[in-house]
Ligand binder design. Structure first.
Ligand code: ADP
Ligand code: MG
Length: 319
């Protein structure tokens, strides 16, 4: 099987969108974003041994690689449309490729995303995907619009993926399949992102931990925030972990949640409730934007400062 057979066999599928003029098979894809829409583009890379265990389930990897990119588009309020896939593979293993493609296309089908190109090379296992989508002119959700008095909201629950990682590493004496599933197959909050258009003052997806990602909103907006510990949406498994270990910072600093964190003025929260379809992900108010800079959390009657601790690939001394 050469490179071209591999692409034809696993990654060339008929386009589902009329805006896809030409996908896989030429030197570049030809795409037609609808008039009046702005293109939203993002890319994420996952490296074996850094972002996933080298023996991870390939179907879950295909799902997650697309999901983390759709999460970025959701955070911008963009509708996903296209993906480009760059693969470095140590070998062309048909079983691995078939399962990987199945995981990727299952999620792509759900959101009508066409895979329109990519690159396939031999090298240490590295998965990179670029996602493209669109958002009406002037309606993109940015990090920079949070205002004092806005409520701070988050979808779903926090800390499950970080807990799932501890379980896969064998750091705990128990296992919760829902938490592990949250790590392996995150669900991009696409419908929520679309519903937030024209409502949210600021939005970000939580990939590096709530404190770190909310910190980006605060920095970009030039404001501060106070969170309420009692309001954080936590699953039964995370509650159990916090109760048993005392490590209450996990849901604030753990990565890979892929929930949306956004700020809304009071009236907009009521509109959002009406806009979201039945069965949409739950969302909860967890705090308030304030003028005073910095991030803190009210817990047990005290305000505890939260330094923006999250996952960081590079740390350097700028002495
Ligand atoms: P080029 O050498 O011109 O960059 P390639 O030979 O790498 O083209 O790829 C041939 C075609 O297959 C192109 O349309 C490219 O976008 C597509 N392609 C390559 N690898 C992948 C992949 N992993 N998934 C989807 N499309 C791919
Ligand atoms: Mg090439």
């Amino acid at each position: 099987m050469d490179e071209f057979d591999l692409i034809r066999r696993f990654f060339r599928r008929p386009a589902v969108r009329s805006q896809t003029r030409f996908g896989v098979g030429d030197d570049a894809a030809l795409l037609d974003p609808p008039p009046g829409q702005v293109l939203a583009a993002t890319v994420d890379t996952m490296v074996a041994g850094v972002h996933f265990f080298p023996d991870a389930d390939p179907a879950a990897l295909g799902h997650k690689l697309l999901a983390v990119n759709l999460s970025d588009l959701a955070a911008m309020g963009a509708e996903p449309a296209w993906a480009l896939l760059a693969l470095a593979l140590p070998e062309a293993n048909p079983d691995w490729l078939s399962a990987f493609a199945e995981g990727l296309f299952a999620l792509a089908g759900r959101y009508r995303v066409d895979l329109v190109g990519g690159d396939t090379i031999r090298g240490p296992l590295t998965l990179s995907l670029q996602a493209l989508g669109w958002v009406p002119e002037g309606q993109a959700l940015r990090r920079c619009g949070a205002r004092p008095g806005d409520g701070i909201y988050v979808s779903g629950t926090l800390g499950d993926a970080a807990l799932g990682l501890k379980m896969l590493r064998g750091e705990l004496g128990w296992r919760d399949e829902t938490a592990v599933e949250r790590l392996l197959r995150p669900r991009p909050r696409v419908a929520l992102g679309l519903a937030l258009r024209g409502l949210a003052h600021a939005c970000i997806d939580v990939s590096d931990g709530l404190a770190a990602d909310l910190g980006h909103i605060l920095t970009a907006s030039g404001v501060g925030a106070v969170l309420e510990w009692e309001s954080l949406p936590l699953s039964a498994a995370v509650r159990r972990y916090v109760a048993e270990t005392g490590d209450w910072r996990l849901p604030l600093s753990g990565g890979d949640d892929y929930e949306l964190c956004f700020t809304l003025p009071e009236a907009a929260a009521r509109v959002l409730q009406q806009r979201l379809p039945a069965g949409a992900v739950a969302w909860h108010r967890i705090g308030t934007i304030q003028i005073e800079q910095g991030l803190s959390i009210k817990k047990g009657g005290k305000a505890i400062p939260l330094p923006p601790a999250g996952y960081c690939h590079f740390e350097y001394d700028d002495k």
